[in-house]
Design a protein around this ligand. Structure first.
Ligand code: HOC
Length: 392
């Protein structure tokens, strides 16, 4: 077993242990992947100010996200198909998150259903909603999430249509996988994954089984999303969904200050600055570079979180210093899940936590709630390519 010291170690192990089509699904960005790459590259453009001779005792990464106590400001973002990265993957991730003290978000497009996770998770989780044309189906999902005791609804706004990830088409992504010759050859080296799958019955999209037949490969998944997801979604519809839910709401997928202001106007409890991990609009700016203008435009009207590109505690620290109250992590936890199941998700959280804690100390700060732009050295043009908030 290799020594795991960082998120990239988990990524390498995930790649080695998980069928290629699922690793690629996790790792892909849309089209040329320039936004996917920019998400990480732009974190690297930000420098931290090293401070010395500052008392490093009494440190704390604890804070709150929408009023919920968290061990560190990093919730597990919703990711589709995670029950294919590891058998019962969503249950494993929900357990790891609950034990660590951070929120877990279940995707509409999960393999384990809302009810499966509710039965197995020791803590309430959040449910992520894709807005469907069929309002009855959407309403049923919302009611199921309520009945399962979900403590917040995360409405994703940036995926009314699905960005194309070339590799998914080339691999014939499906859940469960179709046993073609290349897939069988790949699976022959992934025995650990296969054993896990033999031990579970959860091999299809748990939340949508029964709603529609024939969602078996990328072509039909693409067709299904095109047929089901609501391309007419607008702010009035967002408000209606929020009213149907009646509880805490997080609006995810905001990249523009004008949209951020509209999202805050809905009364959402938090908004998530996100480009869907570079999986939707290829050519969009990175989330971290979009953040400062959104913080300036929205101020304290709602909590602002950041997702897309976080692979280290240093990245979390940079997002907080730029004004995010918290973050959501996606691939970082999925690498852990694909590498080592529940223990891998725990390991990913431990790594991020330790990096955040130590980096904060080396910047001369003791608490995540005390971080500001003054601990950063930003490139002169950083965040300035966006519409200035003053012009809104
Ligand atoms: C193949 C599943 O958030 C993603 C997910 C959305 C999945 C919808 C279709 O892949 O980015």
């Amino acid at each position: 077993m290799p020594v795991i010291t960082n998120i990239q170690d988990l990524q390498r192990l995930h790649k080695r242990r998980t069928p290629k089509m699922f690793y690629d699904y996790c790792e892909s960005g849309s089209w040329t992947e320039q936004t996917f790459r920019a998400n990480s590259a732009d974190f690297d453009r930000i420098r931290l100010r090293q401070r010395v001779a500052v008392d490093m005792t009494g440190r704390s990464t604890a804070t709150q996200m929408i009023g919920q106590d968290v061990a560190m400001p990093a919730a597990l973002a919703p990711v589709g198909l995670t029950g294919m990265q590891s058998a019962d993957g969503e249950i494993k991730a929900a357990r790891a998150a609950a034990k660590f003290g951070v929120p877990f978000t279940l995707s509409t497009m999960s393999i384990c259903s809302i009810e499966d996770v509710a039965e197995a998770s020791p803590a309430p989780f959040w449910f992520q909603l894709y807005t469907m044309k069929d309002l009855d189906f959407t309403t049923r999902l919302i009611e199921r999430a309520k009945a399962a005791g979900c403590s917040a609804l995360v409405i994703t706004l940036d995926l009314q249509i699905l960005g194309q990830r070339h590799q998914d088409l080339k691999n014939g992504l499906s859940a469960p996988p179709k046993f073609t010759l290349p897939v069988l050859a790949d699976l022959a080296t992934k025995w650990r994954w296969g054993m896990g799958m033999l031990g579970t019955k959860r091999r299809q999209f748990g939340n949508i089984v029964g709603h529609v037949d024939g969602i078996s490969d990328t072509r039909s998944l693409g067709a299904w999303t095109a047929e089901q997801f609501d391309p007419r979604l607008d702010w009035d519809q967002v408000k209606r969904l929020m009213d149907l839910w009646g509880g805490k709401v997080i609006l995810k997928g905001i990249l523009d200050p004008e949209d951020a202001v509209k999202a805050a106007d809905t009364g959402a409890d938090a908004i998530v600055v996100s480009n869907h991990g570079g999986r939707q609009l290829d050519g969009a700016m990175s989330s971290i570079e979009a953040l400062p203008a959104i913080v300036d435009a929205v101020g304290n009207r709602t909590e602002i979180w950041l997702d897309s590109g976080i692979r280290s505690g240093q990245d979390i620290l940079k997002a907080l210093a730029l004004g995010a109250k918290a973050t959501m992590i996606g691939r970082s936890w999925v690498y852990g899940l694909g590498a080592m199941g529940e223990a891998g998700v725990t390991r990913a959280l431990e790594i991020l936590h330790r990096e955040l804690d130590m980096t904060m100390a080396l910047c001369g700060r003791q608490k995540v709630t005390e971080l500001g732009r003054d601990i950063l050295l930003l490139p002169p043009d950083f965040g300035r390519t966006h519409i200035p908030a003053s012009s809104l």
